[in-house]
Design a protein. Structure first.
Length: 238
């Protein structure tokens, strides 16, 4: 298949997958709202029935979306693998090591496998923040560690760190943070554009603003920081 056509097909499939994710939320919410209002007691006032329907709609939307993730997640991984084969990225070819003769050898083999697995998972999960041609999905650029985390060398003194943590639904969720060798606070990364802003600011000698606090405060601070950095960079370019 022509490479341009294949890339276009993958882009459409990626967009369709994300759209399907939103559709499941809408469908679940609509079903929940209808069921909540229809089956709420007739003795309730209209406001109470609407409030109850809204609560059921939220629960139903989350439930339906969670069920949809059971097949959306494997589909995303298939798209990621298909995308990686559509571009000239050299992947590591590994062969299984010989059976260990001692416990120490076995432990060393498992440790190496854990590192390789972490690097592979980081490359696969990077689709969430880099949907382009696979800059962050190049497995060879990721270094895995025995604690199942991984790092991606971006520039001297700057790394992208990968880890997983349990989300509200009890499933492992990817988390990416930007680390520097200057002792700055880790910066949560949700889009590759945030990395560009940070590197551009660093190249211009602008100070990095530490990000701390709970999740909501962190997201707000990241957005404000990016806006501030963008304004500084535009001023320098003027």
């Amino acid at each position: 298949m022509n490479r341009a056509v294949r890339r276009a097909t993958l882009t459409v499939a990626d967009a369709a997958t994300e759209s399907l994710d939103m559709v499941t939320v809408v469908i679940g919410g609509a079903i929940g709202a209808w069921a909540g209002y229809t089956y709420s007691p007739d003795t309730w006032s209209g406001d109470w029935r609407l409030a109850f329907a809204g609560g059921v709609a939220v629960v139903a939307a989350v439930a339906v979306n969670s069920l949809a993730e059971l097949f959306l997640t494997p589909l995303r991984r298939l798209l990621t693998k298909a995308r990686s084969t559509a571009q000239p990225i050299t992947t590591r070819r590994r062969t299984a090591p010989a059976a260990p003769a001692t416990l120490s050898e076995g432990l060393a083999q498992v440790a190496t496998a854990t590192e390789n697995d972490a690097a592979s998972r980081a490359a696969d999960d990077a689709w969430a923040i880099d949907k382009g041609d696979g800059f962050l999905r190049a497995e060879d650029r990721w270094r895995g560690y025995e604690d199942a985390t991984a790092s991606f060398f971006l520039a001297p003194g700057v790394w992208l760190h990968y880890r997983t943590e349990e989300n509200d639904y009890g499933r492992d969720a990817a988390r990416f943070t930007l680390l520097t060798g200057d002792g700055d606070q880790p910066v949560p990364i949700t889009h590759v554009e945030q990395i560009r802003h940070r590197l551009a600011a660093r190249a211009a000698g602008l100070p990095a603003v530490p990000v701390t606090g709970d999740t909501k405060d962190t997201e707000d601070t990241v957005a404000e920081t990016i806006t501030e950095l963008d304004n500084h960079l535009k001023a320098l370019e003027a």
